[in-house]
Design a binder for this molecule. Structure first.
Ligand SMILES: Nc1ncnc2c1ncn2[C@@H]1O[C@H](COP(=O)(O)OP(=O)(O)OP(=O)(O)O)[C@@H](O)[C@H]1O
Length: 310
């Protein structure tokens, strides 16, 4: 049996339309696929947990239809099932993980491949332990990246339902991140934090952003961390030192052209264990989803996730 989890809202309804097409494919019935749809933001994690708890038929794999946010929630829901393979049919608005993996097939064709003869690879994803008032709270997992500063502020605004409705109404969803950048810039303040990479403190204490990347892509295909590799045991860590606001806008545009890491204030480092510590709770983005914490310890997971690809 395959469990198919769909976020019907992802990609402005693209995921729902894709699910309907997949359900009409003969393999959907032949491979005993069971479909479940998320009903609200954050539902992906609890839905997977409850489906896996209550289904006693052996599960061959999980298939997620949606965007990076839905995949993030699903992976956080099946972290206690490290040997359960997961396949992803990208149909969100960004789909950065599919870019990072290098998926070539799409839609129904990809579904057919995933349930018949997929390639399975093990990927060590990111694990973050959040600490509040010196107390460990929770572990979360990410596939794409963890970021603080400008990228987390942009992700936060991009997730705001009012903002999403507005860009959809004006048919400018493609420019969502650029618009979010300009809106964020109005009130943006640099992040003050201590960052340790593999036990060594970096000399900067103030940042435009700190992004810990598992693969190069971010925010709908921007190559934020060109050296990141999903198969590596280390992350790429992008640190950007404080800049004047107009320079940040120029820098953001340079990311689109892939030349930002040549700039003097941009550093691309490498590490498998990264600590970020602030005196106040800071906003984090994990795969574009928003979290807050004062201190976080980031590492690659000990157990690799089994990912089905084409
Ligand atoms: N039924 C639902 N109604 C509203 N929001 C939902 C629902 N199901 C899931 N969500 C939320 O929708 C958000 C966006 O989902 P997702 O990332 O899959 O799509 P996307 O934003 O179109 O794609 P991408 O992240 O690749 O840009 C997630 O934060 C998720 O929690």
């Amino acid at each position: 049996m395959y469990i198919v989890i769909t976020n019907p809202k992802a990609g402005n309804g693209k995921a729902k339309r894709l699910l309907e097409a997949i359900q009409k494919d003969e393999l959907f019935t032949l491979k005993n696929c069971r479909s479940f749809q998320t009903e609200f933001a954050g539902h992906g994690k609890t839905l997977i947990e409850s489906v896996l708890r209550t289904h006693h038929t052996p599960v061959t794999g999980i298939i997620v239809i949606g965007g990076d946010g839905t995949l993030h929630e699903a992976v956080n829901g099946l972290i206690n099932y490290p040997d359960l393979p997961i396949g992803f049919i990208p149909s969100g608005s960004g789909n950065d993980f599919a870019r990072g993996l290098g998926l070539r097939l799409q839609g129904v064709e990809l579904f057919r491949k995933l349930v018949t003869c997929p390639n399975a690879s093990r990927i060590r994803i990111g694990q973050v332990t959040c600490i509040h008032h010196n107390q460990k709270t929770k572990d979360y997992y990410f596939l794409n990246s963890l970021g603080t500063g400008l990228d987390s502020e942009i992700a936060f605004l991009s997730n705001d339902s009012h903002f999403r409705k507005q860009v959809k109404k004006w048919r400018i969803s493609r420019l969502q991140y650029v618009i979010a950048l300009f809106k964020t810039m109005k009130k943006f303040k640099h992040v003050e934090a201590e960052v340790d990479i593999n036990g060594r403190r970096v000399k900067y204490k103030s940042f435009v952003l700190t992004t810990i990347a598992n693969h190069p892509f971010f925010g709908k295909g921007m190559k934020i961390a060109p050296k990141a590799d999903v198969n590596s045991s280390s992350f790429s860590v992008i640190l950007i030192e404080p800049l004047a606001k107009w320079r940040i806008v120029v820098l953001f545009l340079s990311v689109f052209m892939g030349v930002h890491t040549k700039l003097r204030k941009v550093h691309e480092l490498s590490g498998s264990s990264i600590n970020i510590k602030s005196t106040v709770p800071i906003l984090l983005q994990l795969d574009g989803q928003s979290y807050r914490c004062e201190e976080c310890h980031v590492k690659k997971t000990d157990h690799a996730l089994v990912i089905l690809t084409d």
